[in-house]
Design a binder for this molecule. Structure first.
Ligand code: ADP
Ligand code: MG
Length: 372
């Protein structure tokens, strides 16, 4: 790590999360948290030796009932993060706590409480099973003795299908008989059938066309409210995440580069990478004001294939340095710490594109330091 504190310490320092009385209000309790997790994989192939650093010192606190959006482009570590949060995979360092206890220690006893909707719904279901059998699995595994009978299970499966906008008639159909959007609904219904408290959604909108995306977004919104679910929504689509989420984490090259605790601060997003995402958005879902659409310089390198991250070594420089129009020498030799810009807003950048309001509230500490 470069300068500054480790990411977990920022929560201790400012204490804005957790069941803390603030302005007389009791904050919602934290349901799921990652404490300084990291994960790397050995590089496959003989050309490049070393490891891919998929997740680097990542800390998150997800409050009960909130929808946390996680955005970042392909390969930045989003799916890895979800697998670790769900307890399917163990991090190399750090830990994940669910209700203040290790998520792994609770895998057997409370397996149903954290459910994942996997990326690419076609691969996430067994194509030889009918919708009834797909939904029957969680009902059998997690329902205790409640759904023991075949008839009861079928009725319950039908109920979950209707909750995601399908019908009883679809029970006997096989995955190949469903459209992409319908299959995504089946995957969501399967997760709901386990009666989870936390739903982790990995790119639920990718590979769907725009009108179907809109239907799934509305479905997720409805289900979240009806079931008082805590959701973690991973997407490369900033607009969808903005529409659905209460809080936002932006990732780049395995690092959290920006985080806002309340989406109402959206116009204040200021990491150069996030700015680029905002500019690239089509305006389907965003309700941005004019100020946030500020013109942002584009460089030649912007045409580069950004799938190829320099995550092959333990980085000692800003993960976004090669594409960043704001970069200076310091960005090539140090990793900026995740610094608190204003309450509930963190950014990992030495030279963030400061929104006016933020600058008024507090000068960016690193900026002052670097100008000396
Ligand atoms: P995203 O979901 O944001 O596209 P992933 O979490 O799938 O990103 O991957 C992050 C990085 O980790 C990528 O470079 C990917 O190739 C690598 N990676 C993920 N899972 C594995 C694995 N099981 N083995 C080797 N490398 C992996
Ligand atoms: Mg992924």
């Amino acid at each position: 790590m470069g300068t500054g504190m480790r990411t977990e310490e920022r929560f201790i320092k400012c204490g804005v999360f957790g069941q803390i009385k603030e302005n007389g209000m009791i904050q919602k309790p934290i349901l799921l948290q990652a404490k300084g997790i990291s994960k790397s994989y050995p590089l496959a192939g003989k050309v490049k030796q070393g490891r891919i650093y998929a997740i680097n010192d990542l800390s998150l606190r997800i409050k009960e009932g909130e929808c946390r959006g996680i955005v970042g482009e392909s390969g930045c570590g989003k799916s890895t993060l979800l697998r670790i949060l769900s307890g399917l995979e163990e991090p190399d360092g750090g830990e994940v706590l669910y209700q203040n206890m290790s998520v792994f220690a609770q895998m057997k006893t409370r397996r149903n409480e954290i459910q994942m909707v996997f990326q690419n719904s076609m691969n996430a279901v067994n194509s030889y099973l009918s919708a009834e059998a797909i939904l029957g699995e969680p009902l059998k595994n997690f329902g205790g003795r409640k759904w023991e009978g075949k008839k009861e299970r079928r009725e319950k499966a039908a109920l979950y299908l209707t909750r995601v906008g399908l019908s009883e008639k679809d029970l006997d159909k096989y995955p190949s008989q469903f459209s992409g959007g319908q299959l995504q609904r089946i995957c969501i219904a399967r997760a709901l059938a386990a009666e989870p408290r936390v739903l982790l959604l990995d790119e639920p909108l990718s590979s769907l066309d725009v009108s179907v995306q809109a239907q799934i977004i509305r479905l997720l919104e409805k289900l979240g409210k009806e079931n008082q679910l805590t959701q973690v929504l991973v997407s490369h689509d900033l607009e969808a995440v903005y529409y659905l989420s209460d809080s936002l984490t932006v990732m780049y090259g395995g690092w959290v580069v920006e985080e806002i605790e309340e989406i109402k601060l959206f116009d204040q997003l200021c990491h150069p990478y996030t700015k680029r995402l905002v500019q690239a958005s089509k305006g389907n879902w965003l309700r941005l004001n004019e100020q946030s659409k500020m013109v942002y310089p584009v460089r030649d390198e912007d045409n580069r294939n950004t799938d190829e991250f320099e995550t092959f070594t333990e980085e000692k420089f800003c993960p976004y340095v090669s594409l960043c129009p704001q970069r200076t020498e310091i960005c090539r030799i140090e990793i900026p710490p995740l610094a608190e810009l204003c309450d509930g807003h963190w950014v990992r950048c030495f030279f963030p594109v400061l929104p006016e309001q933020c600058a008024k509230i507090r000068n960016h500490p690193l900026r002052i330091e670097k100008k000396k």
